[in-house]
Design a protein. Structure first.
Length: 510
C-alpha cells in the first residue's frame, strides 16, 4: 500500500484483525494503554478535530509532546488530516523554541502541560500559531486542553496523498547550531520499517519494545513507533528521563523483549549493575545502539550480562533511521557494521573521488528514506542532498573484511548522548555570560570513552569564573545536555591569522 502512511501503520491492523492488540503502554502513572483499534478511531477523530478547528492541509503543527499515549494519536491523526506534524526535542530552551516556531511558521502547537512554561514566553511574540492545545487537566488562557479539542469531533477519512508528499518534519542542529527543518515524505516511514526495522531489528508481533530514545528523535520514532507498528507489536512509553534507575525499573516491571539504547546509557547501566552485583530480569532478545559510536568494552560487558549482543549502527535525521549496522549474529564491536539492506554507501575524499580499503573518507549514503530537503535552506539542501546521495559529515574507514569504522566528523560537531552538539552554539552561550571574554569548545572523552563538551575560557579582566555557575548558565540557555562537563580557564586561545579558533590544537590538549 502506498499513499497515506497512517493507513498502513494504523488502520491496516484493524482490517487484518489485530485491532485489539495493544499498540502503546505507558510505563508510568496508571499504565494507560491504547489498542490499535482505539488508535485508529482516536487518530481519525483527531483529524476531524483539526478540520473543525480550521487547520488546513499542509499547515504545520508543532508537537512538544512527551512520550505518552497522545503522541501517536496526534502524529497519526495529523497525517490523516494532511497536516504536517513537527515533533520537537522536549529539552530545548525558550529561545530555541521561539526560533523554530518562527522558522516553521506552524499554525498549531500541541504541548504536554509539563513543558508549557518553557514555551509560554515565546507565544506572545509569534504571529503564526492560532491554536495552542495543552495535554493536561487544564489550560491557561488562550489555550485549550487536548480533551476539549477532541470532544465531539467526528472521525475524518484520511486524506489521499502521493508517496512523495511531505508527511512530517524533524529539526536537526547544524554546524552553526541553527536548527534545520528536515522534511520527510510519507513513503519514507514504510521504507525504514521494511529495511532496518524488518531486516536488522527484526521486530515481531509478540514483541514488547522499549526505546530510551524518545519519539521526537528520528532514532526513537523508528524504534518506538514505526517499527513495532509495522508488525502490530507493543511499545512501552516513558515520559521521564531515562536514568539507570528508571530504565532498570522499566526492564523489571514491564519486561521488554527489544531494547533500543544509546551508548551513554548502556555504559551507565553496566556500571550500575557491576557495582550492585545484580541486574534486572527481563526477556531481552534484541538490543541496539546508535547516536554515537558504542565503546567496545560496553558492548562486551552487556553481552556478558544478558547473553545478547548490542547491534551498533549509524543513522541520521536526514536518512530517517539507521543505514549502516551490525547484524544479528554478526556483531563486531568497534565497528558500525555493514550497509543495511536497501542502502548503498560510499567513502569519498574531498574531491569526491572514492577512497579505497583502509583509507578514511566521508560517508555518503543512498536509500529510499532520504529526506526531501531542508526547509527554506537551499544552499544546505544542495550541499547535503547531492542527487540520490546524502552526505553524512561522518568520516569512516572500510576494513578489508567489509566493515565500516567511525573516524570522527568532517566538521567540529560531535554528539552527546546521541544528540548533535555544535561547539559554536555552546561557545555563543558561554560568551553571553558577563564574566566570559572568549570561549572555545571541543569534544573530550570521559572515563567511558564517550564524548562530552570541554570549554576553554578567557575571562574578562577582574572576573572570576565559577565553573558550576557557568555550566548551569549554559544548561538554562541552550539545553540540558550541551553544557561543558569540564571548564578550563586560559590566558588566550590558539587562533589563525584571520582570527579563527584552532580547535584542533585544543583537542590535542583536552
Ligand atoms: O544518530 C544516529 O545514529 C541516528 C540513528 C537513527 C536515526 C537517527 C539518527 C540521528
Amino acid at each position: 500500500i502506498g499513499g497515506n502512511a497512517a493507513l498502513w501503520f494504523v488502520d491496516r491492523h484493524v482490517g487484518e484483525g489485530r485491532g485489539d492488540g495493544i499498540a502503546f503502554r505507558e510505563a508510568f502513572g496508571d499504565n494507560r494503554e491504547i489498542s490499535y483499534g482505539d488508535l485508529a478511531e482516536q487518530s481519525a477523530r483527531f483529524a476531524g478535530a483539526c478540520h473543525r478547528a480550521g487547520l488546513r492541509r499542509e499547515e504545520r503543527a508543532i508537537m512538544l509532546v512527551l512520550d505518552q499515549i497522545e503522541f501517536p494519536v496526534i502524529f497519526w491523526g495529523a497525517l490523516k488530516a494532511g497536516i504536517v506534524p513537527i515533533p520537537l526535542n522536549t529539552l530545548l530552551s525558550t529561545s530555541v523554541y521561539d526560533a523554530i516556531f518562527h522558522d516553521s511558521r506552524a499554525s498549531a502547537l500541541f504541548v504536554s502541560n509539563e513543558l508549557y512554561e518553557t514555551i509560554a514566553p515565546a507565544l506572545p511574540l509569534n504571529p503564526f500559531i492560532r491554536e495552542v492545545i495543552v495535554i493536561g487537566d487544564s489550560a491557561p488562557e488562550g489555550a485549550r486542553t487536548f480533551n476539549a479539542f477532541m470532544e465531539g469531533a467526528e472521525p475524518a477519512e484520511p486524506v489521499t496523498v502521493c508517496d512523495d508528499e511531505v508527511a512530517f518534519w524533524l529539526y536537526s542542529s547544524g554546524s552553526t547550531g541553527q536548527p534545520k527543518g528536515v522534511r520527510h515524505v510519507h513513503s519514507s516511514l514504510k521504507a525504514t520499517a521494511d529495511t532496518y526495522g524488518a531486516q536488522v531489528l527484526g521486530v515481531r508481533q509478540d514483541d514488547t519494545v522499549y526505546s530510551v530514545a524518545k519519539l521526537f528523535f528520528a532514532y526513537g520514532l523508528g524504534n518506538g513507533m514505526t517499527f513495532p507498528m509495522a508488525v502490530g507489536a507493543t511499545t512501552l512509553l516513558y515520559n521521564g528521563r531515562p536514568t539507570p534507575d528508571s530504565v532498570s525499573q522499566i526492564l523489571t516491571e514491564h519486561r521488554p523483549t527489544v531494547f533500543c539504547g544509546v551508548p551513554t546509557l548502556y555504559a551507565a547501566l553496566v556500571h550500575k549493575w557491576e557495582s550492585e552485583g545484580a541486574h534486572p530480569d527481563a526477556p531481552l532478545r534484541t538490543c541496539i545502539s546508535a547516536g554515537e559510536a558504542l565503546p567496545e568494552e560496553v558492548g562486551r560487558k552487556w553481552q556478558a550480562v544478558w547473553g545478547v549482543d548490542i547491534m551498533d549502527g549509524v543513522g541520521s535525521t536526514e536518512m530517517l533511521h539507521i543505514f549502516l549496522s551490525n547484524r544479528p549474529g554478526d556483531v563486531v564491536y568497534g565497528t558500525s557494521g555493514v550497509p543495511v539492506p536497501g542502502y548503498e554507501v560510499r567513502l569519498v575524499d574531498e574531491a569526491g573521488a572514492d577512497v579505497g580499503v583502509g583509507e578514511v573518507g566521508e560517508l555518503l549514503v543512498r536509500g529510499a528514506s532520504s529526506a526531501d530537503g531542508y526547509w527554506n535552506q537551499r544552499d544546505k539542501s544542495r550541499s547535503t542532498f547531492e542527487g540520490h546521495w546524502t552526505r553524512t559529515g561522518d568520516k569512516y574507514e572500510l576494513t578489508p573484511d567489509g566493515r565500516y569504522v567511525y573516524c570522527g566528523r568532517t566538521d567540529d560537531m560531535f554528539k552527546v548522548s546521541g544528540i548533535w552538539v555544535s561547539p559554536f552554539e555552546v561557545e555563543q552561550a558561554l560568551v553571553s555570560h558577563p564574566a566570559v571574554l572568549e570561549a572555545a569548545v571541543v569534544a573530550k572523552r570521559d572515563d567511558d570513552g564517550l564524548e562530552k563538551p570541554k570549554a576553554f575560557l578567557v575571562l574578562k579582566s577582574g572576573q572570576a569564573g565559577d565553573p558550576d555557575a557557568l555550566k548551569a548558565f549554559v544548561q538554562d540557555k541552550i539545553g540540558k545536555w550541551k553544557y561543558p562537563r569540564w571548564v578550563e580557564i586560559v590566558d588566550d586561545l590558539p587562533k589563525t591569522a584571520t582570527g579563527k579558533i584552532q580547535r584542533f590544537k585544543l583537542r590535542e590538549t583536552a
